[in-house]
Write a protein that binds this ligand. Structure first.
Ligand code: HPA
Length: 282
């Protein structure tokens, strides 16, 4: 843990008191309005928190909102930093460590993504089931004492995934499933790269989330991630993405994301654990 993390924890604790956080949500490009119904919100600008994102990519808000929702204590990060802004694959390490120190156990990441699958149209919501770290950089490089050997099986927590699926039915929001392939950006993919992503088993392409999932798993957080499809990938189904389109479509999709997140918080954990006993599987 860095001193930036310790300082950020202290600053947040000085504003929220002894409250322990249950859930954290990271709202990506254009998705700030997916936050809804936070009671007694405490708003802390990222400028006040060392190690939190300080860039200003349009479409990101730059503040942490803490409060309660449906009986749970929640933190919303409105805006994230990306590898493409800093060249640092650990750019989200301090915020995620800070949230973990404040008690967060469940992390819900959201992002805007390009679709490389014909039936995932723009505005679809997609629950990530897995990812491909196509870029290579890994935020755990250099971790001490074998601490980097983190299992990425079930990186996307099966219990949280089940809750999201139940929530989508309750909220009347259709929720697809897919595999996300991380490209560094900031340039969008070439048509050939999009074709490769499809061939290699991806459903979505995007510029965030994957390093955050890896860091979060190292911290022991349970992770779920939702993409809003803002476009078809370059050269696929006429896709020719732009940042303006990403923002605009994400802002439209934030409405159904908001419904889904509210319904998710109302769902309860399954009584049974991650894996079914093998006897049941045979
Ligand atoms: N590629 C990468 N990132 C994205 C895209 C895309 O097509 N759309 C939104 N974020």
């Amino acid at each position: 843990m860095t001193s930036a993390t310790e300082t950020s924890v202290q600053i947040i604790q000085s504003r929220i008191g002894a409250m322990t956080l249950d859930y954290a949500f990271v709202l990506g490009t254009g998705l700030g309005s997916a936050m809804d119904g936070v009671e007694n919100p405490i708003v802390i600008p990222y400028e006040d928190l060392p190690g939190f994102p300080q860039g200003d990519v349009s479409g990101h808000d730059g503040k942490l909102v803490i409060g309660t929702q449906d009986g749970a204590s929640v933190a919303y990060m409105l805006g994230r930093s990306h590898y493409y802004e800093t060249g640092d694959v650990r750019t989200m390490a301090v915020p995620l460590e800070t949230l973990a120190m404040l008690g967060v156990q469940n992390l819900v990441l959201t992002n805007a993504a390009g679709s490389v699958k014909a039936d995932l149209y723009p505005r679809s919501l997609v629950l990530l089931t897995d990812h491909i770290n196509f870029n290579g950089p890994n935020p755990l490089v250099g971790a001490v004492s074998d601490g980097g050997f983190v299992s990425m099986s079930d990186a996307y927590d099966p219990r949280l995934m089940r809750r999201f699926k139940r929530a989508s039915v309750g909220a009347g929001v259709s929720l697809h499933e897919g595999v996300y392939m991380w490209f560094t950006g900031p340039s969008f993919e070439t048509p050939a790269e999009v074709k490769m992503a499809r061939t290699l088993g991806a459903d979505l392409v995007g510029m965030s989330t994957v390093p955050e999932v890896i860091i979060a798993r190292r911290l022991g957080l349970r992770v779920a991630a939702i993409s809003i499809v803002t476009n078809f990938g370059a050269g696929f189904q006429g896709g020719n993405p732009s940042h303006a389109e990403t923002r605009e479509i994400a802002m439209q999709g934030a409405i159904s994301l908001r419904r889904l997140l509210r319904a998710f918080l109302k769902t309860k954990e399954d009584a049974w654990g991650i894996k079914q006993p093998s006897a049941l599987l045979r």
